[in-house]
Design a protein around this ligand. Sequence first.
Ligand code: AMP
Ligand code: MG
Length: 414
Amino acid sequence: MSVSQDPCAKPTLLHPDDALPKLLQQITTLEATEAVALTDALGRVLAEDLSSGIEMPPFDNSGMDGYAYRFDDLPQTGTLKLIGRSFAGHPFTGKFEPGTCVRIMTGAEVPAGYDTVQMQEQAQADGDNITLEPCKKRGENVRLRAGELAIGQKVLTRGSLIRAAEMGVIATIGLASVRVYRRVKVAFFSTGDELRPLGSELQPGQIYDSNRYAIKGLLERLGVEWLDLGVIKDDRESIRHAFREAASVADMVLTSGGVSVGEADFTKQVLDEEGEITFWKLAMKPGKPFAMGHIGKAVFCGLPGNPVSTMVTFYKLVLPLLHKLQGMQPVTPLQLQATLTSPISKKPGRVEYQRGILSRNADGALTVCTTGSQDSSQMSSMHSANCFIVLEQMQGSVAADTLVTVEPFNSVLC
Ligand code: AMP
Ligand code: MG
């Protein structure tokens, strides 16, 4: 029995993995950079390599609360004379003497002459006489000067996204400001005569415009500057006007709706006149009628109007394009294998990004099921999902208990 093919798949449609490098070729990273205070740098992209101007740690210090001693002084359990203390920010000011120890706290300087720290749980104090269980090796619990970073050592490369960890790394080497790429500006609008603003009463045939809110959420999380141009009617001149306005201020113009082949789908037509469409339609589901091109100096991305298609094409295609625009190093999505807990029906022809729920079963193995209906109009499937189940182009239906590829969502974005 022959497997029926996906009627929307055409041999000319490009696989999204093959299309992405071609889409990326059309993106030129912004040239402009600016210096920002580290406190304002979260979510920005570093426009310079950063090397450390200091040693880290700057001095030998203790990794434990305990006693600093000289390893050779204590071949067996023995008692050492306590001659002082070294606390964080308050180093020991005395001089090393054989057969002695210094009370030391985590992060405090290990005084010259001492080379090992025994944790306080392995010590017994009787006045100034400290009996220590000897450490197994010299240097135990001592974090050596420059053990993490030498002067001149590279700590971050250009194109790194500054997240909380990078904020910490930059502060560790004492930089109060960094050079970052200027923020990308994205102007976006929805198209559709059926779309109504929130707060209005729906008339027959109307729905609320939800895509603009999902897009705004994604853009805001990405830290780009955005301009919301609202809902534009399915009317050539209104769309033309919106395109011109958007392209005059933005690096990227993002639209949702109107890129398929319906009679009121003017986005593509107007763009053919005002700019250039270089890509249209991909072998993916949802999201086949994704369009890309340019209008003036701005990159254009036309997302299909079905809400799930809008988010999926943003996630799989617009995100890497935005990353490149803002100078970020490419991110390879993490893919895992998980066992499908219920069957999935699919026709060969397009790559599918089904919305899935990834979890662990009682044995600790990764399992995944779909969120239910995969109709691309049902936005709630993006809400319930925590991953895409990626089903390859020529793959047909998948039986339960099969291993499938899953791509966990970036929990900050979705
Ligand atoms: P289109 O891509 O314009 O043909 O729209 C495809 C489907 O998505 C239609 O059912 C539209 O009503 C719906 N749609 C388009 N834009 C939006 C939007 N901004 N919010 C919610 N649904 C939309
Ligand atoms: Mg429409």
